[in-house]
Design a protein. Structure first.
Length: 339
């Protein structure tokens, strides 16, 4: 009798051992095998959603028929409650263990938006408004509302305050969140460049350097000419000569600009008209990239006071008005200055 009981006990132990081994082996096989995906898919974990609910969804959609293995593994790791809500991109070939790590780390799907050097704030807001992945909280192009939303009190115009770059963001990020990042990025880079500025510059603040950088950005066709153009503008400021920068007139004209600057345009009554007003315009006129910021703070040390477009993206630089007028006649056949 005792032998029979012992035999039954050993049989049961062996059976349970085999079952346990099989369960563990099957669990590890499933966890290390790719999910049932034919292609990359989006998967959303809603706020407050538990891993158990996530696993039920994985099982319902047949991405992982034995999704309870994933729940068990997460509980063994004690990170079942650490998953993050958000929209995830599950790539073809992802294993359940990799997916769990993705959920716990909160590696959500990201979108991108690029702000381009030389854009105005109106162009920035237009691009943001037409981005289908940003939650829209701003109404129209009201600049006062934008300043208030960003908590900017030191400026009256948001023009040029955002750094041109590619910004990555998760779905449902807001327009204000992205703009705030671009604003902080500009502040950081401007501060870095200001700390390393050349001596003797005619700027009273980093903001004035930003204004100059925006002019350089709009005037420059060739990257290597940025310091040359900055040098011309700096020398004109130092000599109290009007900057006579066409992009400032274009900015002042706004929607009235037809594509060509006429003589009467150069007389427009605007603080941005650098033909009729001395010094820098009151604000930047566009987004300035780091190269233009650097050029504004490290201008060329030559003697040129004029430049005119040659028609191929480059400019001809002149020291004297007589030389400049000859260059204008040569390259623009009597057209107005492109200074």
């Amino acid at each position: 009798m005792k032998q029979a009981v012992l035999a039954i006990f050993l049989l049961l132990t062996a059976t349970l051992g085999c079952a346990g081994w099989w369960f563990w082996h099957d669990m590890q096989t499933q966890l290390h095998s790719p999910l049932n995906l034919a292609a990359d898919i989006d998967f959303t974990i809603k706020p407050g959603m538990s891993l158990q609910a996530v696993c039920k969804e994985l099982q319902r959609t047949e991405l992982m028929p034995q999704a309870y293995y994933l729940l068990l593994e997460a509980r063994l790791r004690q990170n079942a409650r650490q998953i993050k809500a958000g929209e995830y991109l599950i790539k073809h070939g992802t294993t359940p263990l990799q997916l769990l790590d993705q959920f716990v780390a909160g590696k959500v799907k990201e979108y991108a938006l690029t702000l381009i050097e030389g854009w105005t704030v109106a162009q920035v807001l237009h691009e943001i408004k037409n981005n289908g992945h940003l939650a829209q909280t701003l109404n129209g192009n009201e600049r006062g509302q934008l300043l208030q939303a960003l908590g900017i009190t030191e400026e009256q115009n948001p023009e040029g305050l955002f750094f041109p770059d590619t910004y990555h963001f998760p779905g449902n990020s807001t327009d204000v969140e992205l703009l705030r990042r671009a604003r902080v990025r500009m502040q950081q880079i401007l501060a870095e460049e200001w700390q390393q500025r050349a001596d003797g510059l005619p700027y009273n603040s980093p903001y004035e350097a930003l204004i100059m950088a925006s002019l350089v950005e709009k005037e420059t066709g060739l990257p290597e000419e940025r310091p040359l153009i900055a040098g011309v503008f700096v020398r004109r400021l130092q000599k109290r000569m009007p900057l006579q920068a066409d992009p400032t007139v274009i900015y002042a004209l706004g929607d009235q600009f037809t594509g060509d600057i006429r003589k009467l345009d150069m007389a427009i009554d605007s603080p941005y008209n650098t033909y009729t007003n001395s010094g820098l315009p009151p604000t930047p006129i566009a987004l300035a990239g780091r190269d233009s910021l650097h050029a504004a703070l490290h201008p060329d040390g030559g003697s040129a006071l004029y430049f005119v477009a040659k028609g191929d993206g480059a400019h001809h630089f002149s020291d004297t008005l007589n030389e400049h007028e000859k260059a204008v006649a040569r390259y623009q056949r009597g057209a107005g200055n492109d200074e």
